[in-house]
Design a binder for this molecule. Sequence first.
Ligand code: GTP
Ligand code: MG
Ligand code: ZN
Length: 286
Amino acid sequence: MTEKGRVVANFRAAVAVLLDSGELVTAMPLSKLPLLVAGDIVDYDAERIVHLHERATVLQRGDARGKPRPLAANLTHLVIVSAHPPGIDTLLIDQFCVAAENAGISPIIILNKTDLYEQSERRKLDMVLKAYLQMDYHALAVSRDSADGMQELLDLLQDKSVAFVGASGVGKSSLIKFLLPDRDVREGAISKATGFGSHTTSVTYWYEMGRGSIIDSPGVRQFTFAELNSVDVRNGYIDIARAGQDCKFANCSHRHEPNCAVKQSVDDSAIAQWRYDNYIKLTDEA
Ligand SMILES: Nc1nc2c(ncn2[C@@H]2O[C@H](COP(=O)(O)OP(=O)(O)OP(=O)(O)O)[C@@H](O)[C@H]2O)c(=O)[nH]1
Ligand SMILES: [Mg+2]
Ligand SMILES: [Zn+2]
């Protein structure tokens, strides 16, 4: 009998699937299927994954050779976490924003560990928050340790299907643990069902949260786009794309063209200089 379920984790050899019946099983995907990821909806039959349901969205990154590699499926929102330490990394935040926008997923920016911020870092935090709020993104400063902003975060994530991404050590797993106090129990169940160790963040996990869900993912050092060209990057910078509608040239790259509305917006501080600098860096790369 075929049963529907949700991929909750992908190990090298097998995937863990939470069946609609509530049973947690491990299964081998048929070889004709693409790489399955947390959040995928699949059909399970006799210890096999026999079918992958169409993904509403899929977040991808480029592997070492630039080939697209799915990270998580069926997200409505991407929670991009940054913190000091290890340091608020606006380039990495922007990369995730661009990848999310191009995948039809809404970015949410979370700056964690506010309990640790000295004055200079606080200034950087305020500057970064302001820029993303100005573009109508959700952006929030939080602390797992002082509980600053945690209720707002919980409210914000209600009924959403999200994945937490960001550099290693920014507190993704800590925040999720706070939001889902029984997380360890569930991870233990996955580990028992699969026989794979779980006290590592090398695997992406899917958790149900109310009518929504949360995916915890391993930290990344850097992010490479998969199959995005410079026009995709330009469109992924929604503030720059918006301002760019008033440029003299429809295909303006916002670098050296005359009457560029984007460069004017940067001069007027309507677009932050660092957003523009990151945009130049990322379009160079794409
Ligand atoms: N002071 C302080 N420390 C925090 C906070 N949130 C997390 N930490 C600490 O930051 C460290 C890293 O947290 P993790 O949750 O493991 O980070 P992660 O993003 O899941 O890291 P990876 O799994 O490696 O990607 C841990 O020692 C946490 O206790 C916070 O709000 N304040
Ligand atoms: Mg983690
Ligand atoms: Zn322009």
